[in-house]
Design a protein around this ligand. Structure first.
Ligand code: ADP
Ligand code: ADP
Length: 231
């Protein structure tokens, strides 16, 4: 069934003449990677933030795993959705391990389980746990910060991963590495991923399906990369 359903989703920010997201409907299947690609300002971030309930829609519905996000218990929401953003959004006063442990701690996992999960996640994203667990974000490269951001989003093993331009702030070579690793991770983990970018090549590379967005998140096309490239 559908892992994520958007139904007539609309967001109008107070004081804005135009809605940022206007009447968007879309279904995302469990286990697929859907990339939202579109120009800056077309409403991609706003859509992801509504799915993660960081902001409230002005209209329409969002279901994740068949359940309305609006009524979902916050703990359940955190278990279900991982969120990774541009520049990783790491807390500077926390070590790598503490950053990754954020959601598991919120969920009340025992310390020993959190500790072993952090080690496992650092391995998964290609960072040596001994070298990195105790470091502060300012002592990491941009690419290393992004890896930690992805590890944090994966910490409680959520079925759904929302990624908002997660590789937007790193150099092109590092970005390619991170893209390749995400593809490898995805083959291993089979998450439902919604990935936002303004980079069409990135969309083609990562998406099982691609939603090409115009202004106010109007969906111009929603199809496989092959179909989009031949149209
Ligand atoms: P994208 O992620 O595609 O760059 P956004 O979702 O960030 O687009 O923004 C969509 C539109 O909503 C833009 O016109 C932007 O200026 C506006 N917008 C975003 N956040 C706010 C806000 N907090 N208040 C008012 N307008 C906003
Ligand atoms: P705030 O709204 O004050 O930033 P949040 O609790 O929403 O507080 O988010 C705290 C941090 O956790 C943020 O850096 C954000 O990137 C991250 N985060 C938010 N939602 C999720 C989620 N569902 N899963 C994992 N991390 C999240």
């Amino acid at each position: 069934g559908a892992a994520i359903e958007l139904e007539n989703l609309t967001k109008r920010y107070p004081g804005s003449p135009q809605p940022a997201v206007d009447n968007v409907s879309l279904e995302i299947t469990a286990g697929e990677t859907v990339v939202f690609v579109g120009p800056s300002g077309c409403g991609k971030s706003t859509t992801l933030k509504m799915i993660n309930r960081l902001i409230e829609p002005t209209g329409g519905r969002i279901r994740v795993g068949g359940e309305d996000v609006t009524d979902m218990d916050p703990v359940k929401l955190r278990r279900r959705i991982g969120y990774a953003i541009q520049s990783a959004g790491l807390f500077p006063h926390m070590t790598v391990a503490q950053n990754i442990a954020l959601v598991p701690r919120m969920l009340g996992w025992p310390k020993s389980r959190i500790r072993s999960r952090v080690e496992e996640l650092l391995d998964l994203v290609g960072l040596d746990p001994g070298e990195f667990r105790g470091r502060y974000p300012r002592r990491l490269s941009g690419g290393q910060q992004q890896r930690v951001g992805v590890a944090r989003a994966l910490a409680a093993d959520p079925p759904v991963l929302l990624m908002d331009e997660p590789f937007g702030a790193v150099d092109p070579i590092t970005r390619e590495h991170l893209q390749d690793e995400l593809i490898r991770l995805q083959q291993e983990l089979r998450k439902t991923i919604v990935f936002v970018t303004h980079d069409f090549d990135e969309a083609i590379k990562l998406g099982d399906r691609i939603a090409v967005l115009r202004e106010r998140s109007h969906i111009a096309q929603f199809d496989t990369p092959e179909a989009i490239l031949t149209n």
